[in-house]
Design a protein around this ligand. Structure first.
Ligand SMILES: Cc1ncc(COP(=O)(O)O)c(C=O)c1O
Length: 449
């Protein structure tokens, strides 16, 4: 009989949470910071592929991937081997002060994936928020300007600079006082709730008018703006894609005024949408691109990738002790091999398959308002009433919890959206299991209205 990690779909052997999980939860409540946001009591012990086993021997199908991080699945043997080999050879050296081979090697590979003919340069960080933090500094340094424009609903991280751009949930800012000055937010082109009744292709024209007609005329002269930053597909905000024309127009406006066009691909990048970067689907060429999450299959790594003519800050202007640690870089190189050879294409194929399976959900379930996204970045927005589009956060939360009790791990995004962000290696059997399970959950949730 296969072990629980060798199976492709879940197997539950105790009530949830099981007895061992309960012990961990008790200790966690006592000693861990209460700022963490756990949706349900999964206490993970081991993982393999898209399967996670908990401390009581229950196995789950993981459609959350540690918040879109485990791109190559849990503990891919090639990633594990790369980490083990590197750990036995050199764990740390600090790329700020010394050289090692894998740094320019990974930088070259990443540079070649970023759209645009100009050569690129890379700075490595430990996380997404650090990549954004560095990108803000780089935009200011490169332009000698200090103002920034960002979008409502976008999430860029929680360190003070990144938090100044984040406008996702007020709890993320509440109690922390003043943030960076000179940051203005404008609406994100959210087609399902488009204030002007546009479609997924045309939503956002009025937002661009607001940027040029209001922000640039009444608040900041565009010549004072260092950067405009956007997630090409909003992640934490609810898996909302921006229309292609909108991103292209934003790029045009940036170029016209010498503003850095900055994209946050921390969640949408590294093959998740079927291409290296979601930006590629829109045909845009950002000046600065931030990556993290899926870049190293779970090892802490982020990257700022910028046009060579932009990343010209001098020695000492930015640095890091741990960023681009050799073990993380080894994991990233192995991750890139796998994404390039198999998983980018699999994300596209399985994404198409899943969108096909979900195509009728807005007809079949009266609480499904919208299904959207690209590749394996799929958002399902839950509403109380399709006509009024009243957000149903309670039903979304109930569905996420029900799914857990049926062995499927999913997370929420935004106020009322379920996000599907599985590892990029899922197969059709696993996609079918997830669809059937969510359909059961939706049917159960509908009984609550
Ligand atoms: C788009 C985006 N940017 C930045 C971040 C921050 O990344 P980290 O949590 O690694 O600091 C996140 C995290 O969810 C994200 O989704």
């Amino acid at each position: 009989m296969p072990t629980t990690l060798e199976v492709k779909t879940p197997r539950l052997v105790t009530a949830l949470p099981g007895p061992n999980a309960k012990r961990v939860l008790e200790q966690d409540t006592k000693f861990m910071s209460p700022s963490y946001t756990r949706d349900y009591p999964l206490v993970a012990k081991r993982g393999h592929g898209a399967i996670v086993e908990d401390v009581d021997g229950n196995s789950f199908l993981d459609f959350a991937a540690g918040i879109a991080v485990c791109s190559t699945g849990h503990c891919h043997p090639k990633v594990v081997a790369a980490i083990q080999k590197q750990a036995a050879e050199l764990i740390h050296m600090s790329g700020t002060d010394f050289y090692y081979e894998s740094m320019p090697q990974l930088a070259e590979r990443l540079s070649k994936t970023m759209p645009g003919a100009e050569s690129k340069k890379v700075f490595f960080t430990n996380s997404g928020t650090e990549a954004i933090e560095g990108a803000i500094k780089l935009a200011r340094y490169a332009t000698k300007r200090d103002k920034m424009v960002a979008f409502y609903g976008c999430f860029h991280g929680r360190s003070m600079g990144a938090l100044s751009l984040t406008a996702s949930k007020s709890t993320q800012r509440k109690g922390f006082g003043a943030l960076l000055s000179g940051v203005e937010h404008i609406p994100y082109p959210y087609a399902y709730r488009c204030a002007h009744g546009h479609t997924a292709e045309t939503c956002g024209a009025e937002i661009l008018e607001q940027l040029e007609g209001q922000i640039f005329k009444r608040l900041f002269d565009p010549e004072e703006v260092a950067g405009i930053i956007i997630e090409p597909i909003q992640g934490e905000g609810g898996y909302v894609p921006a229309p292609k024309f909108f991103l292209q127009e934003l790029q045009r406006i940036c170029r016209q005024h010498g503003i850095m066009f900055m994209v946050d691909e921390v969640q949408s990048g590294m093959g998740r949408t079927g291409k290296w970067w979601a930006s590629e689907h829109a045909g845009i060429e950002p000046d600065i691109l931030c990556s993290a999450k899926g870049i190293a299959s779970g090892m802490p790594l982020g990257a700022i990738i910028a046009r060579e003519s932009v990343m010209r800050w001098g020695p000492g202007s930015h640095g890091t002790t741990f960023g681009g640690n050799p073990v993380c870089l080894a994991a990233a190189l192995a991750t890139m091999d796998l994404i390039e050879s198999e998983y980018k294409e699999n994300a596209r194929r399985m994404g198409d398959y899943l969108f096909g399976r979900l195509a009728d959900w807005t007809k079949n379930f009266k609480i499904v308002g919208d299904v959207r996204g690209r590749g394996l970045m799929i958002g399902i927005e839950i509403v109380r009433d399709q006509r009024t589009k009243e957000k149903a956060a309670d039903l979304r939360n109930a569905i996420v919890d029900l799914a857990f009790h049926k062995g499927l791990l999913v997370l929420g995004a935004g106020e009322n959206t379920i996000r599907l962000s599985p590892p990029l290696l899922i197969d059709q059997e696993q996609a079918d299991f997830a669809v059937r399970t969510l359909e059961d959950c939706l049917r159960e949730a509908e009984k609550k209205i």
